[in-house]
Design a protein around this ligand. Sequence first.
Ligand SMILES: [Zn+2]
Length: 415
Amino acid sequence: MLRLWALGLLLLTPLAAGPREVVNALLADPSVRKALDFIQANEPAMIEQQIALTELPAPPFAEQARGLAYKKLFEERGLRDVRIDEAGNVIGERPGRFAGPRVAFTAHLDTVFPAETEVKVRREGTMLHAPGIGDDGRGLAVVLAVIEALGHAGIETDGPITFVGTVGEEGLGDLRGVKHLFETELAGKIDRFVSVDGTRYGITDAGVGSYRYRVTFSGPGGHSYGSFGMTNPIHAMGRLIAKIADFEVPAEPKTTFSVGRVGGGTSVNSIAYEAWFEVDMRSPDKDSLETVHGKFQSAARAALAEEKARWADRGGLAMDLERVGFRPAGANPAGSAVVEAAVEATRALGLEADLRAGSTDANVGMAAGVPSITIGGGGSGEGAHSPGESFDTTDSWKGSQRALLVALALASRLE
Ligand SMILES: [Zn+2]
């Protein structure tokens, strides 16, 4: 089917162009130069914005305060139809000359830190210290810098850009904001997806998928001596962890498993009534991820059966497999123009283009078959996800410039 935007391009602009031509054409365009210069001059104000957003706590599942502030920032910068969807994503539109390609240009609102975390930013020369200052205070600021630069230079892109602050990117948030975007009002309407996440200049072009489970074994429990001879939830858990520890997985595509937390029991002289653990399995390859997931499911059934059989099921034993996370694995097609455009934009600014696999909002786009990347927001960061996180602002404007070029290239007749 000939898409509407393709029709518009055929009528109104010459041939579509490859990534390098598109980026070169952008760099030769005076209005783009104006926007790039503005970004550099405007960086101190954007750093202030990054600090202000970081100081608004946005714990997992409680991003509302930061979301409301972000909505206001979208409105002040002239985006249209600014709204907050049912998931809590903040969405604003910047129309293009044509109906497409439509680019979603995003950063995540949430942090990994609980509500009581001190988020006041401490500044020392070029260094900023605060939990969340880079991940993703930086991405949120870069998205605003792109919107401001487009407005300042009066640039009209070919396709529209939908700017989004997403919720639930981190941990048990499980990409719920971006999943919601791709399932509801924007389903089938996004042609290209970009997330600006964290610092430096990397380009994530493959999505590491994951399954995460919390496994609980439970029984009546009892005295270690007096009740001896009954099923033991901790022993059952031990059986399952031992099986997981022996899983064979491919080195390429890198597929992994890890039991990250364990708990249970009440005292050394008791048969526990409950034991639990959390396991994480990952792969950038869908089939390898499903294979390790299948091994886990059968190992769990076997461990339960073995512990029951050991004691003729005296006492009884129950097992609960609670899935606490699923991130789809995904990749861009080889030679993807979107990935190449990001590489060209990065090199054009004299930066190194480092491609990698990661677990980010872009996973969901890739899994939906939409060309999707995650790019770093520039500067350099240390200690993401730790209370000691820091961000070095030295030359960080290059991150915003790169983001602008990526946004412009993707909203153009790139192919
Ligand atoms: Zn992040």
